[in-house]
Write a protein that binds this ligand. Structure first.
Ligand SMILES: NC(=O)c1ccc[n+]([C@@H]2O[C@H](COP(=O)([O-])OP(=O)(O)OC[C@H]3O[C@@H](n4cnc5c(N)ncnc54)[C@H](OP(=O)(O)O)[C@@H]3O)[C@@H](O)[C@H]2O)c1
Length: 169
């Protein structure tokens, strides 16, 4: 099971503004959709799930199987959706369902708790030419460290860059 954490961020490491704005360039959105479509399963935090559902984002990334991490019991049920209570439970479910790879796709709280567990194999970052003074960080602040190895850098014209890293385990 290969787990890829993928986000679009400002040049100073924010994945959204304080008010959940994500004003990415069209190049960044296009690239995000293209890459996300390669995955048949996506793991997201409860807040991100609510936002993505509201703007009907799942269809745009190919309707993957959605695993929502939340401390609370499911508010709904569907064939293509599961709620779990931790990254460990998400991993167990992905293995049981025999997904070869899955996307960990935010937000900051979920990303941070996954980085802490060491389950993440790769980190993909699309860095858009935007700065927020404050906002939601790629990783919510917590006590953890990780070392990464650069796998590649790709320019997404006109102004965006994709960085791909492997997590050293
Ligand atoms: N730029 C990007 O690529 C990108 C991608 C995704 C999201 N975003 C943005 O990120 C923002 C949301 O991020 P966020 O940090 O506020 O919220 P989030 O990570 O999406 O969701 C937080 C919630 O998820 C649950 N959760 C997360 N980790 C958990 C864990 N280890 N165990 C149990 N439950 C866990 C909790 O839900 P309960 O409260 O239900 O217990 C927590 O309150 C939005 O603005 C969204 O648009 C940006």
């Amino acid at each position: 099971m290969r787990l890829v954490l993928y986000a679009t961020q400002t040049i100073n490491g924010y994945i959204a503004s304080e008010t959940d704005e994500t004003p990415w360039t069209s190049a960044a959105w296009k690239n995000y959709r293209k890459n996300a479509k390669q995955f048949k399963a996506i793991v997201i935090g409860r807040r991100t799930y609510q936002i993505m559902k509201r703007v009907n984002k799942f269809r745009k990334i190919g309707n993957p199987y959605v695993i929502v991490v939340s401390n609370f019991s499911p508010a709904e049920s569907s064939n293509n959706l599961s709620y779990v209570k931790s990254p460990a439970e998400a991993m167990q479910l992905l293995k049981e369902m025999k997904f070869a790879k899955a996307l960990v796709a935010g937000g900051g709280k979920l990303n941070g708790s996954f980085m802490k567990t060491k389950y993440i194999d790769e980190v993909w970052l699309d860095v858009d030419p935007v700065v927020f003074g404050t906002g939601i960080k790629l990783f919510y602040e917590d006590f953890f460290k990780a070392k990464l190895k650069l796998l590649g850098v790709k320019k997404l014209p006109p102004d965006t860059v994709q960085l791909r890293y492997k997590v050293v385990k």
